[in-house]
Design a binder for this molecule. Structure first.
Ligand code: CTP
Length: 408
């Protein structure tokens, strides 16, 4: 992913929450990406983490008091407000959120917030009851209505499953929110909506069994993250997978079967400028789903009757004929006659280009973190070297941007 934080000036507001220690990880992550960080901490924040630790990490004195020394020099919140490219308040307690919502400027963090000219991001951190309280929710709504970005606890997909709302979002996801924001400014997919299908599908046999495949969804997520980082609105339609996405502004539609993926994808394609079909969709599904768990038969083989599923990519290809400004990208995972098969799919499904990976290549395909691809379009074939999937995603999205440009 292109580094969007390089040279960015970030004011990090820290308040009195047990999650204050996580601010260290946020600082480390931001600095690693080339950002400059100025910490402003509340008096309660200092009870949880020392300014010495924070200034060592940021290589800047920490600001906490209105007056720097007893000699009358004072910290100018106005100057900080002008200096910053973004302000991030993490962790933000219920008390600080309340003060921000009502202009109670009794500490340096709130005065800085009130003088801030840059976008403000708020990562709440508190226990579940405090977070759910109407007072906290009303204050957050108020901040939202002024254009502040609330990084809700559990924004990361994994977090939403594992922890209760209220706990601060993980540092790496908070950093991704900032990256996404900066990418949105000047990203080459700004204003575009991209539909991405990812992962396997599960075709139900009975209440406890299914037919599935080994797709991890990693390639799809890498492409979705890359599109979001470049400013696209992403609609991710995913089959069952463990893979997580960190970008908060995804529209994520989780499905299980090929039929559900078909419905979700056709609906989303209507508003999409482009669709990238990375999902490993089952070609067949059981003709009948047993309502009860199937029993082991005493003798003989078990024969399962299967019926074909609908081809999602081909259906979108048909829909595309009504609007050829849309871009449709397919994937082909082949074991033999790779190029011929891929070209056949390119034509049959009315794709703009197809990404071919061969299972013959070591380190390519399912469950790997790397991939080796060729991109085939109506003019020819480009081969790329073995790379991490995140970099492969950049190559694919570069090509997508090029095709979108040529069509506009
Ligand atoms: N695809 C799809 N819906 C299906 C089957 C495939 O959208 N029911 C998409 C895949 O996401 C991929 C492309 O079509 O982008 C090619 O998938 P693949 O399984 O290789 O192609 P099939 O057409 O199923 O051909 P075959 O299984 O015969 O190789």
């Amino acid at each position: 992913m292109t580094n969007m934080l390089k040279g960015k000036k970030i004011v990090l507001g820290i308040t009195g929450s047990i999650a204050a220690y996580k601010a260290c990880y946020i600082i480390r992550g931001l600095i690693k990406k080339g950002a400059e960080v100025q910490v402003v901490i509340t008096p309660a924040g200092k009870e949880f983490i020392t300014p010495i630790t924070l200034s060592a990490l940021t290589s800047k004195p920490v600001i906490s008091e209105f007056f720097a020394q007893r000699d009358g020099t004072w910290n100018s919140h106005v100057d900080i407000g002008l200096w910053a490219d973004a302000m991030l308040i993490a962790p933000a307690t219920a008390s600080t959120i309340g003060k921000m919502a009502h202009g109670v400027a009794d500490n340096m963090l709130i005065t800085t917030y009130l003088s801030m000219k840059a976008p403000v991001f708020v990562a709440p951190a508190m226990d579940l009851d405090m977070y759910a309280h109407p007072s906290t929710q009303a204050n957050l709504d108020r901040l939202r209505s002024w254009g502040n970005h609330i990084i809700e606890p559990g924004t990361g997909e994994l977090a939403s499953h594992l922890v209760g709302k209220g706990r601060m979002e993980e540092p790496e996801n908070i950093i991704l929110c900032l990256e996404e924001y900066f990418a949105g400014r000047g990203g080459d997919l700004l204003g575009k909506t991209v539909l991405i299908t990812a992962g396997p599908t599960y075709e139900k046999i009975d209440p406890v069994r299914f037919i599935g495949n080994y797709s991890s969804g990693k390639m799809g997520i890498a492409i979705a993250d890359e599109c979001a980082a470049r400013g696209a609105k992403v609609i991710l339609v995913s089959g069952p997978m463990l893979q997580v996405t960190h970008f908060p502004m995804y529209r994520h539609c989780r499905v299980e079967s090929a039929a559900e993926m078909y419905d979700a994808s056709v609906a989303a394609f209507a508003e999409a400028d482009a669709a990238i079909m990375t999902a490993a969709v089952a070609d067949y599904t059981p003709a009948h789903v047993e309502m009860e768990k199937m029993k082991r038969e005493k003798t003989g083989d078990l024969l399962l009757a299967l019926k074909p599923t609908r081809d999602i990519a081909a259906s979108l290809g048909e829909l595309k004929r009504k609007d050829e400004r849309k871009v449709l990208v397919g994937f082909a995972l082949e074991t033999n006659d790779e190029t011929w098969n891929a070209k056949d799919k390119l034509m049959r499904k009315n794709l703009d280009f197809i990404v071919l990976n061969s299972l013959k290549d070591e380190g390519a395909g399912f469950r790997c973190d790397t991939n080796k691809i060729s991109i085939i379009d109506h003019k020819g074939k480009n081969d790329y070297p073995l790379k991490p999937k995140t970099e492969v995603a950049e190559d694919i999205v570069d090509r997508l941007v090029e095709v979108l440009k040529n069509k506009s």
